[in-house]
Design a protein around this ligand. Structure first.
Ligand code: UD1
Ligand code: UDP
Length: 680
């Protein structure tokens, strides 16, 4: 889709040139010398549009806004705060702006509640207008709500660098957790992903992000928590006592996740379990839950105390004097950890795996008995790891990173996204190396009267002047793919030589399975050669050393498969190999000797391409001269693939094979597809 820059007015999109002209005209200001006609160009202060909409985002944005306020005149950019209106109840929204002394949002889009898709659509429509009017230099978003995703999508439409705070967290449960998709999409739209944990950084790198797009800054909620804790006495309005619970004599709970509230069957057993607790449980009720309980006319009977949502400092006060926390909130899980309160998470997975790994959070899923049990007996260790969420200075880092991005934008105006050299897949074009084309390729030689011969006939055939092909395959990675090629060739009546590695990490030639594959190659009428990896002998400095190692491998191969080996090819040939020195494989010939690379036309599909063109389109073919052709089974596949995809597929297959092998040997790994695959 074409990207557009800001249209001049709300109506029709403007051309890029017009957009640039508009930007420039805005940065041209009259100097202050009172009516002088001279104009000078000045960089206008950069503008960052922060888009928030839900409770946890007010908390996170408050930290950065606060930091900018402290920097005052030295703040490197202006922030314009936009509130989508996703959360709108006083206790879900205004109370945070007031308590955290945030500048009121410059705009409130008042989208309110509707179905997720409608809500997103409305947010995008209204943000679109804001983006046009404000013309920000960057957009800053937090977390994983619908407001985050809407802003991310709109910023990509206007090609505005997007900074995502709290990027990279993954729960690997897309179906039940809508926020996972929001976060993944936002991450991948962002020019800059700022992570709260090192684990999130590693997830993003694993997803193929270039490292310059990812920065660990720590968790701004930790900054705020650290500051608030020491100032809590003067900031708290509602204390736990006013809510009817005694300090250290209650548990604190919050529930709002879609997976826990989507049905009566999900939510009520959870609340009933809290109600059965031996200590009182204080539950500030999220409006989503409030509406459901009203609809179902459900009320607790025993120890569960339902209260209105609390303001930030009041909630923190309640957290700091509770015994345990039960929550499906990402923010509250972390705050419980900061406060060193044991946290029970009624979800299968929580985002903050590091807290669970440290023993401070326990995931109980939908098992309410486990929840009851945990309320009574879950005890974390005495120690807690420090620094998981940064050092309490993440706001400083966020501002610095945004500023660097903005500076980069100015310096690389043409590139626009200084961090956005988005990943380029190697060789994105699919090749025509399909099995079908391989058959056609062979048939062309057959139709032209070529004979497919073993290598040891090369010299003799050259004398005759008849057309022939020494067809060779270096089996670098995968014996099964080699067998597929062998079958296609045998169907066409063609025989070739398969050069096998004896020393490789990729297959074990002497396993029962590999031995069987090679025997089938032989039954199909093909020949074997030794594929020799010089790099497996790093201490060999002279040709004689290599020849000795080579002879040893030949002997092994010969005796295992009971076939005479008469030819050697080199894997990852060194400079020494490329000289073609016969002594390297003495007494056997090798494929880099002048006979096979000069007297006979040598062509190969190395790296998934015919580097010198397709052999049957060359003069050599037209003149019916002999060929030595190397193809690698890995590149030839059923469907057109890029070399990158072919390698990815190989890695995937290897992984599956490894998993199966582990499952065969360990009953506890027999899950999902592995268990099915092992069924008799
Ligand atoms: C949203 C976020 C979630 C975040 C949570 C923080 C998405 C998809 N989810 O979930 O990631 O953890 O905020 O609290 O963005 N409602 C009110 N008053 C309000 C707000 C909501 O009554 O001020 C009610 C409405 O009935 C609404 C429901 O709560 O339909 C859910 O609100 P919504 O913003 O869609 O999702 P949350 O559950 O709040
Ligand atoms: N919070 C609050 N009052 C409450 C419940 C939560 O101030 O009654 C704060 C909490 O301290 C945390 C943030 O809201 O800072 C977490 O928001 P929420 O649980 O709504 O969303 P999540 O973090 O799960 O996205």
């Amino acid at each position: 889709m074409t990207k557009v820059r800001f249209p001049a007015d709300g109506a029709s999109p403007q051309s890029e040139t017009e957009a640039k002209a508009l930007k420039i005209s805005q940065s041209v200001v009259r100097d202050g010398s009172g009516g002088s006609s001279t104009v000078r160009s000045r960089e206008r202060t950069k503008k960052v549009l922060t888009v928030v909409g839900a409770r946890p985002q007010f908390v996170k944005a408050a930290v950065v806004s606060r930091h900018l306020r402290i920097l005052a005149g030295n703040a490197p950019f202006n922030e314009v705060l936009v509130h989508t209106g996703q959360h709108y109840d006083h206790l879900m929204s205004d109370v945070f702006f007031q308590q955290l002394e945030m500048t009121p949002a410059a705009r409130n889009l008042e989208v309110g509640s509707s179905s997720p898709a409608q809500q997103l659509a409305l947010m995008m429509e209204r943000l679109d207008l804001v983006f046009r009017e404000e013309q920000p230099d960057a957009v800053l978003v937090y977390g994983d709500t619908n407001s985050t995703l809407a802003a991310a999508i709109v910023s990509t439409r206007y090609d505005i660098p997007l900074v995502h705070v709290e990027a990279g967290e993954r729960i690997f449960r897309r179906r039940e957790v809508p926020e996972e998709v929001n976060r993944v999409l936002t991450d991948h739209a962002a020019s800059l992903c700022l992570t709260s944990t090192q684990r999130a950084t590693s997830y993003l790198l694993r997803e193929g992000m270039s490292p310059e797009r990812v920065r660990f800054v720590g968790d701004p909620m930790f900054d705020l928590f650290t500051w608030a804790r020491t100032n809590l006495a003067r900031l708290t309005v509602v204390s736990p006592e006013t809510l009817g619970v005694a300090p250290d004599g209650y548990h604190l709970a919050t529930i709002h996740r879609a997976q826990n509230t989507s049905s009566r069957e999900a939510l009520i057993p959870l609340l009933e379990a809290l109600d059965r607790s031996s200590l009182p449980v204080l539950l500030p009720v999220h409006p989503r839950v409030r509406d459901l309980l009203r609809k179902w006319r459900w009320q607790p009977r025993a120890n569960l105390r339902l209260v209105e949502p609390l303001g930030y400092f009041d909630f923190l006060a309640a957290l700091l004097s509770c015994r345990k926390v039960v929550t499906d909130s990402g923010g509250v899980t972390r705050e419980a950890f900061f406060a060193r309160r044991p946290c029970i998470v009624p979800m299968e997975n929580s985002w903050w795996v590091e807290i669970a790994e440290a023993g401070w959070a326990l995931e109980t899923g939908s098992d309410t008995e486990a929840l009851t049990e945990a309320l009574e007996s879950f005890t974390p260790p005495n120690e807690a790891p420090e620094g998981l969420f940064g050092d309490g200075h993440s706001a400083d880092r966020i501002v610095r990173e945004v500023n660097e991005l903005l500076a980069g934008t100015a310096a690389h105006n043409a590139a626009w996204h200084p961090h956005g050299t988005f990943e380029v897949l190697p060789q994105a074009r699919a090749t025509n190396f399909t099995h079908r084309n391989y058959r056609v390729f062979l048939q062309r030689f057959i139709d032209a009267g070529y004979e497919f011969a073993p290598f040891d006939k090369g010299a003799e055939l050259l004398e005759t002047g008849k057309p022939f092909v020494l067809l060779r395959h270096d089996v670098d990675l995968d014996l099964h793919r080699a067998l597929r090629i062998a079958e296609i060739e045998a169907d066409a009546g063609v025989h070739s030589t398969f050069f096998l590695l004896v020393r490789t990490d990729h297959y074990n030639l002497f396993s029962a399975e590999s031995t069987d594959v090679v025997r089938r190659l032989l039954v199909l009428g093909h020949y074997l050669g030794l594929h020799f990896d010089v790099a497996a002998y790093p201490n060999a400095t002279a040709a004689e050393d290599l020849a000795a190692a080579c002879a040893q491998e030949v002997t092994l191969l010969q005796s295992w498969f009971e076939r005479e080996i008469t030819m050697v090819s080199y894997h990852r040939p060194s400079a020494l190999v490329l000289t073609g020195d016969r002594a390297l494989s003495h007494p056997l010939p090798h494929t880099y000797m002048p006979l096979y690379t000069r007297s006979i036309r040598y062509m190969s599909d190395s790296r998934g391409q015919w580097r010198e063109g397709e052999p049957t389109l060359t003069d050599t073919f037209r003149e019916r001269k002999p060929f030595h052709i190397l193809t690698h089974p890995i590149w030839w596949n059923e469907r057109p693939t890029t070399p990158y995809e072919a390698l990815q597929q190989y890695v995937h297959d290897q992984r599956r094979a490894l998993e199966l092998s582990v499952a065969r040997n360990s009953a506890s790994y027999r899950v999902g597809w592995m268990a099915r695959a092992l069924e008799p």
